[in-house]
Design a protein around this ligand. Structure first.
Ligand code: ADP
Ligand code: ADP
Length: 236
């Protein structure tokens, strides 16, 4: 799979009608097996770039190609299918459904569209494995309000991965996690790229940078490649 952004500019109108332009003339190509950490302070445009990569937002200007085909040629229905089948999105606000248990929240992608797991048994196994990997097994039947912030974040991550997506987009995945879990999540995201997925993580946590193939900082609408220090030895 390949996602290619060409000359992407995006602007919003703020409350007073002024224009905010978090992305200016961005070029970026991600292929299966690529991992990228987008680094920069809050408000610099990381989420906007993730939304565009995940086809949740069409940019104001520029071209998005998915496997060489322009996004302009996708209707809304086809776009929804692309997102449901290929993209795993972990939002900053988690967006867990409050009336569903941990296990049910993770099952959501299967309910929305029959995922790659074909029968109830395979789906159950997938969810059990994710619960185990993310240390949530004992919380499986809890409701979101009964969890700590870090646990909620891990449920959001498990849900993003349930469908075995080709693209994983994670917005501040280590917020509210302690040091040990940050490390665990970083390593784990790094491993996903090794499984031929595209992984893009937006963060202002420098600790995560060591796990990515590429690290870009986003500043004044521009991407800049950061040269990694010794930590790069551990990158995938
Ligand atoms: P980050 O993820 O790095 O915190 P965002 O992409 O969320 O940055 O935001 C980039 C800039 O665009 C910020 O100045 C933010 O206030 C502004 N912005 C984001 N979304 C909207 C929106 N829907 N309407 C208006 N301004 C927005
Ligand atoms: P985190 O992932 O945020 O570091 P932990 O998984 O280490 O959190 O959780 C710390 C402990 O506190 C766990 O036993 C967790 O179940 C418990 N806990 C935290 N908040 C709540 C809550 N609102 N309801 C029930 N248990 C909670």
């Amino acid at each position: 799979m390949e996602i290619s952004l060409k000359n992407i500019t995006h602007y919003y109108r703020d409350g007073t009608g002024d224009q905010v332009t978090p992305l200016r003339n961005i070029d970026l190509t991600m292929r299966s097996g690529d991992s990228l950490v987008l680094y920069g302070p809050s408000g610099c445009g990381k989420s906007t770039l993730l939304f565009i990569l995940g086809c949740l937002l069409r940019p104001s200007e520029g071209q998005v190609d998915i496997d060489g085909r322009s996004l302009l040629h996708y209707g809304e229905k086809e776009l929804a299918e692309l997102r449901n089948r290929k993209m795993g999105f972990m939002f900053q606000a988690c967006y867990l459904l409050p009336t569903l248990t941990v296990k049910e929240n993770i099952m959501l992608p299967f309910w929305i569209q029959g995922g790659k797991a074909r029968d109830g048994r395979t789906e159950k196994k997938t969810v059990e494995l994710l619960l185990e990997q993310l240390e949530l097994t004992e919380r499986a039947d809890f409701l979101p309000y009964q969890l700590s912030g870090g646990q909620r974040r891990r449920v959001a991550m498990a849900r993003a991965l349930a469908n075995d997506p080709e693209v994983i987009l994670a917005d501040e995945p280590t917020a509210e996690l302690d040091e040990e879990k940050k490390d665990f999540v970083g390593k784990w995201l790094g491993e996903q790229a090794g499984k031929k997925k595209i992984v893009v993580v937006a963060t202002h946590d420098p600790q995560l940078a060591v796990y990515a193939g590429r690290v870009y900082s986003l500043s004044q609408g521009q991407l800049q490649e950061k040269i990694l220090g010794k930590g790069a030895v551990y990158s995938s």
